[in-house]
Design a protein around this ligand. Structure first.
Ligand code: M6R
Length: 612
């Protein structure tokens, strides 16, 4: 939630900041702002609305400064408005700050500062930060860089919550300080300029070398140097990491929207995920994972914990884990798991899935599992993300940057990696090796089957165009098709704003069927052979009550009377969730387009949910 960007170098900062903000807009888009250091002090320009609206704010064309910070906001404290937009300045206009995260104790800090004579212009939690810096700065007897750094450090000690901060000061016109705690921030570097951002893709076109900060580490940036400090302000050394993603991967590449591009990238992202982990010398090897047979034999329970689409990926793999690894597997929503005192001990293996690696609830759930003595594996798509710093092991999907808020290629890569993980566990345990070999072969065929699913786009579009004005659309499935239905429904509601629910088809008669009336659209997913006939009967019940039906299946359904059948390639039930979701992603996409909505940035949502 919220994107921050910064630049310190020799070029004009304003266009670089705007460019970065446009790429970070998926993280929040209700207001935006930038501040640069000009000859006469800090110039702060901010506005309610999108980043492009900022370009029409008077004075932006006059910014010449070569150091600046920027922010695009997803409102938490205070409505979207110019006053509540970042950057925020202290009362003396000496310090400007942008912040991603939440300051939980801001109310008491604000009260305390007010008692000291400070006044506030916004309703935000952030505004206490520049004023606290000013307070500590004025109290300090130190000189030079250390005075600035120490004021920021003292301020961070006062803050409860999460923060990624960029701070500039008119007293230090050639410097910037950045620090993070539980919120993402990366520093892109080159010999004479540095770029700061909430994520790597936003600044990938400028550099491929990045520094990653741990919690409460500070970077003091000048044009041609960076110094790093720990929380005791002892200088520490860091090595830059080179990122392999190409800048083009973070561009639309001729597609109308990032979501469409990412849907079409799935054969490649799945191939890369397979290629990075699976089958070396005929065995499953997972880069970054090293579990022994003796340890796995002590495991009697697997928990998969995540939010949203990542949680659905867990649901899609529960069966394969239980049946191939013979370990009972439970899938839970991170925000529920963390507050329900789950039964975990050293005999539990906990897997946490997060595309961004920054989701607050998932990270908190992971910390809880570790406290209770479980081994933890994080699955993430973002190298160096916060979750990787907390887990015992981090294994990566290799989906490339996912920019659209609606997750598509990360989901299928997560399922693929969980499938590979299941095979790895079974191989290590030396059980069900015949089934392992069969699934291994199947997994290798998945990318080309995904290509076949993508070729169904025209058929899917045609049906989407018929139903895009609907108010409600329901999804039905059994077993793994129920988990795919949940994901299909989430995709549809988040980008089309059509009310949608998914039901286990057998539950229909226990209540939901009361919602079925003439003309309503029901989508059935039918890929689990032994459950197909049962779901067909349930669909017959909704047809009798006047529903229009779209079916996604890999089975021969004979001459049953459905309005539209989308036939996907055959695959075993373990891997079919990767295939059945492709037409459903396209369905959601085409409905959203037909309604003229912003597919990549749906209302009220943000790509990475760093607040609980
Ligand atoms: O970054 P994460 O995988 O932890 O994000 C979890 C959810 O917020 C995310 O999957 C969300 O549900 C997507 N917008 C769905 O498309």
């Amino acid at each position: 939630m919220c994107g921050i960007v910064g630049y310190i170098g020799t070029q004009k900062a304003e266009p670089i900041l705007i460019n970065g903000l446009l790429r970070l807009e998926y993280r929040g888009y209700d207001s935006a702002g930038i501040a640069t250091i000009e000859n006469n002090g800090i110039k702060n320009i901010k506005n309610k609305g999108r980043v492009n609206d900022l370009l029409s704010v008077k004075g932006i064309e006059n910014l010449k400064g070569t150091i600046g910070i920027g922010h695009t906001r997803w409102a938490t404290h205070g409505k979207p408005s110019s006053e509540n937009s970042h950057p925020h300045l202290d009362n003396s206009n000496t310090f400007a700050v942008v912040h991603n995260g939440i300051i939980e104790n801001y109310a008491e800090l604000r009260k305390d500062l007010e008692s000291k004579g400070y006044h506030f212009l916004s309703e935000t939690d952030t505004e206490v930060i520049p004023n606290l810096i000013h307070y500590f700065y004025n109290k300090s007897n130190l000189q030079g860089e250390l005075k600035f750094l120490s004021a920021v450090n003292e301020t961070c000690k006062m803050l409860k919550g999460s923060f990624a901060l960029e701070i500039i000061s008119s007293d230090y016109p050639d410097s910037m300080i950045v620090v993070r705690k539980d919120s993402p921030l990366v520093i892109g570097t080159s010999p004479t300029e540095h770029y700061i951002s909430s994520d790597i893709p936003a600044i990938l076109s400028f550099t491929k070398d990045f520094y990653l900060l741990n919690d409460l580490e500070f970077a003091y940036l000048s044009r041609n140097s960076i110094k790093f400090y720990d929380s005791a302000l002892q200088e520490i050394s860091k090595t830059a990491t080179s990122i392999e993603w190409s800048a083009a991967a973070a561009e639309k590449d001729g597609f109308e929207d990032f979501m469409l591009k990412e849907i079409y990238e799935q054969p490649k992202s799945i191939r890369e995920t397979i290629g990075s982990h699976i089958i070396k010398d005929g065995k499953c090897i997972i880069d970054g994972l090293d579990l022994s047979k003796e340890y796995l034999q002590t495991i009697n329970k697997i928990f998969i914990v995540a939010c949203g689409t990542a949680m659905h990926a867990g649901l899609a793999c529960k069966t394969v884990l239980e049946q191939i690894c013979e370990i009972s597997t439970e899938v839970d929503i991170a925000s529920e798991f963390r507050y329900r005192n789950p039964l975990i001990n050293k005999n539990t293996l906990c897997i946490f899935i997060s595309q961004s690696g920054e989701t607050a609830d998932t990270i908190a759930a992971l910390k809880l599992a570790r406290e209770k003595g479980a081994k933890t594996i994080a699955i993430s798509n973002v190298i160096g993300s916060s979750i990787s710093r907390e887990a015992d092991y981090t294994i990566y999907t290799h989906a490339g940057p996912e920019i659209a808020v609606a997750s598509t290629k990360a989901y299928t890569a997560q399922i693929m990696l969980l499938d590979i993980l299941a095979l790895y566990l079974a191989e290590t345990l030396e059980i069900n090796l015949d089934k392992v070999e069969i699934i291994k072969k199947e997994l290798l065929e998945i990318p080309s089957k995904v290509e076949e699913c993508l070729a169904l786009a025209p058929e899917v579009k045609e049906f989407a165009n018929k139903v895009y004005k609907e108010k409600d659309i329901f999804f039905l499935g059994r077993g793994l098709d129920y988990s795919s239905s949940l994901e299909a429904s989430l995709k549809l509601k988040e980008i089309s704003y059509i009310h949608s629910d998914a039901y286990a088809a057998g539950e229909l008669k226990h209540g939901p069927i009361a919602l079925i009336e003439n003309g309503i659209t029901v989508i059935g997913i039918l890929t689990v052979p032994h459950l197909v006939e049962k779901t067909v009967s349930n669909l017959q019940e909704v047809i009798t009550r006047g529903a229009k039906t779209l079916i996604v299946t890999n089975q021969d359904l004979g001459d049953k009377k459905f309005d539209k059948v989308i036939r996907i390639p055959e695959a075993s039930e373990y891997v079919s969730p990767i295939l059945s979701i492709i037409p459903m992603q396209l369905f959601a996409y085409y409905i959203s387009k037909e309604k003229g909505l912003d597919v990549d940035k749906p209302r009220n949502l943000a790509k990475s949910v760093t607040v609980e």
